[in-house]
Design a protein around this ligand. Structure first.
Ligand code: ADP
Ligand code: MG
Length: 361
């Protein structure tokens, strides 16, 4: 359906896309992941001709859309894009947002356009908002309207550019649920996203982009569980973990707790796990405080979806010794309930550091 060959894009001297090759078949759902600034948005914008590529070709149903003889508006109608920032017309009602383009560009009558708009609004769960203005809607509702507006153009393929990145965490799932529904109905979609679990269960293929190229591609299981290349592996590990550097006994425990909570929310960890984790971190850091006068501490929190477990790694400097050795702790710490919350505690001396790895129940 879409074939991108040797696509490149420069902004002045800045090379954003180098040699991108992709083939997308009808009905496929493709996720694109990767660090920011690597050209994911630019790639979507090139495919949709919002940006003129510097080189290469893009074929849609066999037609080269970069050929000057190609009817661009007609091609663009086959594809539609949903943006991070909704881009709704603020001065138009939801209904008018949905009907303006079909009337102007598809030549539909107003009545026809409104009938089909109502059907689409029902599909995205917003039939009762037809007369409202965008300002009167929540972020999640706005994005659902943006998707509805996109569907009103009857596209054959939809490009999503981080559709949930500007939403409150509570609103992410309502938008993802609409996209899931479209996937079920067989819509061809390319989705740039940071929602890894979503990408994992929805995508036929995952493309990992880095430095302007498709660095690795494969099934969701290949990319998330067994990436072959080093950078992909580093990216996957990084998004599944948070890292904290503490170099003083007077670190800010409130910011840390807030970040841990945000992490748990993102990984959809159960409330109990979240509470245990906060308690464990607090208790363990209390033990580390005396060490923090002479050395710094690196704390890494990671969740493994595969093992369904949370891992906490503490790395500190100083002479070789296990800072969490119960025999060396004062009674009140040695008898804390915190130890029973752990499945395993492992100490290693690595690169002149004392590394303790805790795995939670
Ligand atoms: P991503 O979506 O992966 O975060 P982008 O495609 O937005 O990355 O951007 C890739 C690079 O291209 C960035 O360095 C960005 O600053 C640059 N860039 C994007 N759009 C423009 C533009 N219109 N003019 C100049 N540079 C741009
Ligand atoms: Mg982007």
């Amino acid at each position: 359906m879409i074939k991108v060959e040797h696509l490149s894009k420069k902004f002045g001297n800045l090379v954003v896309l180098e040699d991108v090759n992709i083939e997308i078949r009808e009905g496929e759902v493709i996720s694109i992941i990767g660090p920011s600034g690597t050209g994911k948005s630019t790639l979507l914008r090139c495919i949709n001709l919002l940006e003129r590529p510097s080189g290469g070709s893009i074929f849609i149903d066999g037609v080269d859309i970069l050929d000057s003889k190609t009817d661009v508006p007609k091609i663009r109608q086959k594809m539609n894009m949903v943006f991070q920032s909704f881009n709704l017309f603020a001065h138009l009602s939801v209904m008018d947002n949905l009907t303006i383009a079909p009337v102007k560009l598809l030549g539909k009558s107003k009545k026809e356009a409104e009938e089909s708009a109502m059907k689409i609004l029902t599909l995205v769960g917003l039939a009762d908002k037809a007369c409202n203005f965008p300002d009167e809607l929540s972020g999640g509702q706005k994005q659902r309207v943006a998707i509805a507006r996109c569907l009103a153009m009857e596209p054959e393929i939809i490009l999503f550019d981080e559709p949930t990145s500007s939403l409150d965490p509570t609103m992410v799932s309502e938008v993802l649920s609409v996209i899931r529904r479209l996937a079920k109905d067989g819509m061809t979609m390319v989705i740039v996203t940071h929602e890894m679990d979503f990408a994992r269960d929805l995508s036929n293929r995952v493309l990992y982009m880095d430095e302007g190229v498709i660095y690795e591609e494969g099934t969701a299981a290949q990319i998330f569980d067994n990436p072959l290349k080093e950078k992909t592996r580093a990216f996957i590990n990084r998004i599944r973990s948070i890292n904290y550097h503490i170099n003083s006994p007077r670190y800010d425990p409130h910011t840390m707790s807030a970040e841990i909570e945000a992490f748990c929310e993102k990984q959809i960890l159960p409330l109990k796990t979240r509470q245990n984790l906060l308690f464990i971190v607090e208790e363990i850091l209390r033990i580390y405080i005396p060490h923090l006068y002479t050395t710094s501490l690196e704390m890494t929190l990671a969740y493994s979806e595969k093992k369904q477990s949370v891992e906490l790694v503490f790395e500190s400097g100083g002479e070789a010794m296990n800072p969490l050795d119960k025999n060396l702790l004062p009674d009140e710490s040695a008898e804390s309930p915190v130890w029973s919350m752990m499945q395993s505690i492992d100490y290693q001396r690595v690169n002149d550091k004392n590394r303790v790895t805790l795995i939670l129940h």
